[in-house]
Design a protein around this ligand. Structure first.
Ligand code: PLP
Length: 381
């Protein structure tokens, strides 16, 4: 559940009182500026949701039909769908076992071994398609280990599109997530660290890309009076009411992150001695926002697999959830290439995300108690 306890009412009331409720209004620009400043980027363009932000980011990054984009298999499906929206193809790459993020070494290996540099462009030897971009997703609040990826992207002139929708406020080696590649996307859906009900943001340092993103998200209107359009655009605008909520939410982000990190520390400490449960970790080079606190269940050690535990928690009124089906197993993406994704499969099998909303409070102790001593619990049922 989101926390609505700051200036949300006040700012929304300003919208209602002034009549600026729709896609024009001062809060849209203000929210864009606040996000750009927070991330340290030059430009931000608000969108109706994070998926729309990804769609437009892929377009302005110059990804063309039949191009390929490297993307993690273990993520929510939206970034892979966005690649398909423009007629391009995802190539799915495995997760790494330490922090469960995109395995950048496997990205490098694929580009070095499976691709060929020809006339200043990189081609997948097997599919013969051009590889145009890498789309890392910082999942669960933790950053991807970006440096090897940025290096190989530079070497082969690939665009780097960050899906930072789950990790607003996270840092990679003291750099802000969302300001590491060429362009980045955020989401303000209800389940994210801050919400506008629904909403998204594109962030970039490139002025031309930002201008193009604004143009494409606002129906690609070339003449505001005569309704002349030179391209097919989209109505991907965020409303002033949503932006007003966003401004109020962003004021509280650092506080939310502090609470999230405290919840994570309490789980990690409380689960330290529970055999068969591996807590999620934070790399020494990272500052995670622990957006979605997740653990791995070792079936033999814990004497119960993750799905049986899921059911047992549900019986106790505790809502846990598995991670996403790896995208190389996802029917709508069956035609896309995947490298070996065995880590993603294992994580999907063993992982459970635990309740961790900012308002969790005392309930956390109940969750911890339910996770300890599975056998005793079994006997009671
Ligand atoms: C939430 C999310 C999105 C999409 O955001 P919406 O605002 O729901 O469209 C994209 N990618 C990832 C990884 C997400 O978790």
């Amino acid at each position: 559940m989101p926390e609505i306890r700051g200036n949300e009412w006040k700012y929304v009331q300003e919208c209602l009182d002034s009549g600026w409720v729709s896609s024009v209004g001062a809060f849209v620009g203000r929210f864009e500026q606040m996000i750009a400043a927070y991330v340290g980027a030059n430009y931000a363009v608000a969108t109706v949701n994070g998926t729309a932000a990804l769609h437009i980011a892929v377009l302005v990054a110059g990804v063309k039909p039949d191009d390929e984009v490297l993307v993690p298999s273990l993520t929510f499906i939206a970034p892979a769908n966005a690649i398909r929206y423009v007629g391009a193809w995802p190539v799915f790459v495995d997760a790494e076992p330490e922090y469960w993020q995109l395995d950048c070494q496997k990205v490098v290996d694929f580009l070095e071994r499976e691709c060929q540099w020809r006339n200043g462009e990189l081609y997948n030897k097997m599919s013969r398609r051009r590889v145009k971009a890498i789309l890392p997703v910082h999942i669960l609040g933790h950053p991807v280990d970006m440096d090897p990826l940025l290096e190989v992207a530079q070497k082969y002139n690939l665009m780097v599109i960050e899906d930072a929708t789950e990790s607003l406020g996270a840092r990679y080696k003291d750099r802000m997530v969302g300001h590491l590649g060429d362009i980045a996307c955020f989401s303000f859906n209800g389940n994210k660290i801050i919400t506008t009900g629904g909403g998204g943001m594109i962030v970039t340092d490139k002025e031309g890309w930002a201008r193009q993103a604004k143009y494409l998200t606002t129906q690609a209107k070339n003449d505001p009076v005569e309704y002349i359009h030179k391209e097919i655009g989209y109505n991907y605008r965020l409303t002033n009411i949503q932006a007003a909520i966003g401004c109020a939410q962003l004021e509280q982000l650092d506080n939310y992150i502090a609470v999230k990190r405290r919840i994570a520390a309490t789980y990690t400490c409380g689960l330290r001695d529970v055999r068969g449960i591996t807590a999620m970790r934070e790399a020494s080079w990272a500052s995670s926002i622990f957006w979605m606190y997740t653990v791995l269940i070792d079936e033999l050690e814990y004497s119960m697999d993750s799905r049986a535990l899921l059911e047992r928690l549900s019986d106790a009124g505790i809502e846990a959830r598995p991670l996403w089906q790896p995208l190389h197993r996802s029917p709508p993406h069956a035609a896309s290439q995947a490298t070996d994704c065995s880590v993603a499969e294992r994580l999907n099998r063993d992982a459970l995300s635990l309740p961790c909303s900012v308002g969790l409070g005392d309930q956390q102790k109940r969750v911890l108690d339910a996770l300890k001593m599975p056998k005793d619990h079994e006997r009671r049922y």
